[in-house]
Design a protein around this ligand. Sequence first.
Ligand code: KIV
Ligand code: ZN
Length: 503
Amino acid sequence: MEKITVLDTTLRDGEQSPGASMSIEGKYEIAVQLARMGVDVIEAGFPVSSPHQFQACELISQKVKGVTIAALARCVEKDIDDAYQSTRNAENQRLHTFIATSPIHMKYKLQMEPDDVIDMAVKAVKYARNLAPEVEFSPEDGTRSELAFLCRILEKVIDAGATILNIPDTVGYAIPDEFGALIKAIREGVPNIDKAVISVHCHNDLGVALANSLAAIQAGARQVEVTINGIGERAGNAALEELVMALSVRNDFLPYTTGIDSTQIYNTSRLLSNIIAFPIPRNKPIIGDNAFAHEAGIHQDGVLKHRSTYEIMTPEAVGRDSNKLVLGRHSGMHGFSKRLTELGLTLDKDDLKKAYQRFLQIADRKKEVFDEDLFVIVSDELGHESQTYILDYFNIQSGNLSVPTATVRIKKAEKLFEEAATGDGPVDAIFNAIDRAVGIKTTLLEYTVQAVTPGRGALGEVAVTLKIDEKKIIGRGSSTDILEASAKAYVSALNRYKAVANV
Ligand code: KIV
Ligand code: ZN
């Protein structure tokens, strides 16, 4: 069976999802888990775009071993220098450079002649290849480029030293048969193609990113670029979990393998969802809450008689044996930390102690603590953003005949800021009081609350989306008290804003 190289771009294209910005620590945690899961290449960021991106690539390259670390660069020397510098300590280093090749991008965006685009690409690849052993080249908007031009530029960049040619469906425009045919045409139309590996990078604007990736594999692509939970620009990228399970479940039809340990899929997905505070839609393949739930009587009957009647894969194959009772109030630190490690949650000593204290509080209020709760406890309590603000105290007066009034005390750099406010409801009152205490102007775009696990004593998880200075920022908080969860979610969004905006 031929192996497909999996390049995960959660930390680069994935982070380009509106609202999905991650702190450096958050990115590092994801990278550790990606390596543990068996990803071949981690695209760690676009270093020239900000110091934050540069530092994240640097930290991941220094500390995450056993995997290739790639960094993105436009076809300009400064970008390539930063990509090189930030990944120089990687065990295996790859520089990924790109330039747009479609008529529409060359004319309106680059305002360049096609021959000049080729020159720039060739120069950039040569420059990158002098610095690093592996260079990947992407003709951006590849699927809307003219085939003859595409073949010409690909031939030239291979001569210049590129060893991976990535064909991006940048705007999610291609249809599977058409995309497969394009890969085949490139194999036939680029004379030196045997010196390079063909990669694909599909966006999901028409919901066919995975289908396009599979069609490309059948046509000869041997690297596929994906993201966890399918996050990415606009509608996102092909999802890693879908690719891995499609190749595994339909191995009869698609005789290819990956190096991914599929039992790590669910943990990784939850970890990411908690770090970026994006809830996973219930009906999402593989990782959504309903992906293995059987509702119709006929289906339930069938599954009880024989699972394979309605299940094409087992939940265990993707690591979904969660929701089983794991820990309770009598669990010790040892059992707690062992379970966190099994879930891919890597904490240093101090953080582990804090998380354990929080676990004990929750276990006191709620008899059964599930894996789902542990993900929330860890990400909520420790935060993956620097904690500029800490919710020190809150109190709410509310009732059907009174005006909801909240008092909050927020700690910032050892100083306490206490404020009170009224609101349309208790949640509005808390948010108004926090706004006053921190002095930041926000607009609440979205507010959701959901129970993490079944039962009345469940942890409630609140997600808020705020608009601050035209930026969309998401925050999450959890507690068995949903008003406390709301206050925490709001403060976590403010902390995330501070961390990401560097203000
Ligand atoms: O979608 C795209 O074209 C990209 C490239 C930079 C590979 O993300
Ligand atoms: Zn992309």
